[in-house]
Ligand binder design. Sequence first.
Ligand code: HEM
Length: 444
Amino acid sequence: MSTATQPLSALYDPLVYETAPPLALIDELRAQHSVVWVDEKALPDWPGGNGFWLVLRHAEVSSVLKQPKLYSSAAGATQLRDPTTPTDLAYVQQMMLNMDPPVHSRLRRLLQNSFTSRAVAGLEQSIAGHARSIVDRIIAGQTSGECDFARDIAADMPLLCLADLFGMPAEDRYLLFDWANRVIGFQDPEYAVSASFDPSSGSDIAREALKLRPAPDQQGRMPDPRTRSGMPDLYHYAHLLARHKRGHPGDDIMSLLLAQVDEDGGSVSIAEFENLFWLFAVAGNETVRNGIPGGMIALLQNPQALRDLQADLSRLPRAVDEMLRWWTPVMIFRRTATTDTRLADVTIKKGDKVVVSFLSANRDERLFDDPQQFNINRHPNAHLTFGYGPHFCLGAQLARAQMNALFSEVLGRFASIEANGEPGFLRSNFQRGIKTLPIRWTTR
Ligand code: HEM
């Protein structure tokens, strides 16, 4: 099948996303179908595959996500493409993202019990301080200037927040920048080899862990970062941190987690902690780093919304949810059908891959009036940016808090903000990533 706009391969071709996601194609497909079959041809930047069902409308995306018995996260994994070997697949299946209830529910409960309202309130307080110091650093006593909003403003926020959450030394936070780049950006030649962290600027744990940092081979290829052997530096760091925290618990969320006891009297093992560290370092980092500049692009394209928010910052919470809907930093996730079933008007076979498109569901005209329009007054706003059902994002509240705090500082202190060149986008069919977003600003 093809459409008037682009071939269906544009849906999964990572190169396409360096310019923009194929939104016109997605809109056109959604107008005709709830679910379409997509063949996966080999492309210069993507090996051929068995094909998948792409779920486009909000109702069907929600329906898939809330039925883990029918659409499993554990039968395969949840990225568009599984790791290549059975050992590597078995390995990622130890992550909670790739588990089904009831196995998934145990870890989820332990984590939810660690995100106590006191711990989250503590994090939110430090988030406001981080936002202030990030903007202080940019302004640095000047009344006007230029910066890269993505690199200089957005990137630091999730790193500082995760360092608090893990109770890790703040100077080690740029390790998380490299790690998330390598995992999320593995389709992108620049991010796949990210190694900007200088070991001499880190803690003892960081220096020890970085002895294992992999280097590109002669062809410039890195080991698959979705495997344990691809991220030995991250795993060693997590291992040393967990050992340290067992001996010296702090009031951070990961110390609370390590102290939790489940119904059977068990606790989170060091191996489970290491996997959770991987997941949080990746899931809680690049997502926010892309959500924040996504919101800024929305404001730059809609200067009246920017002025309205500057005039009344109390409108930010709704605006932040609209930024998250309009940009949709995580574009897709995948499930595997456990049995033959029907979804909308198609028959899905046991073992078929079913890919939900958050990007499409968040633009579904059946649910959102004028969905292409960025509207800071949109309410209700039932976007699926954080997923739905048993895997609903554990960091949604934290992500919103970071965006609210940062936009509150930026819009409160800058009188004018303008684009200062073209943005640069990540080569990825998974995350809608923004690598650079040059802006010009003046202060109030
Ligand atoms: C704008 C920012 C974010 C977006 C768009 C986002 C998106 C998502 C989505 C779509 C899922 C569901 C995956 C599925 O159904 O298979 C998810 C799960 C998850 N997210 Fe987020 N996320 C964000 C921020 C965060 C943050 C800040 C954290 C942690 C600090 C986090 C931690 C997680 C975890 C641990 C899961 C797995 C939950 C489970 O398997 O039960 N996320 N996220």
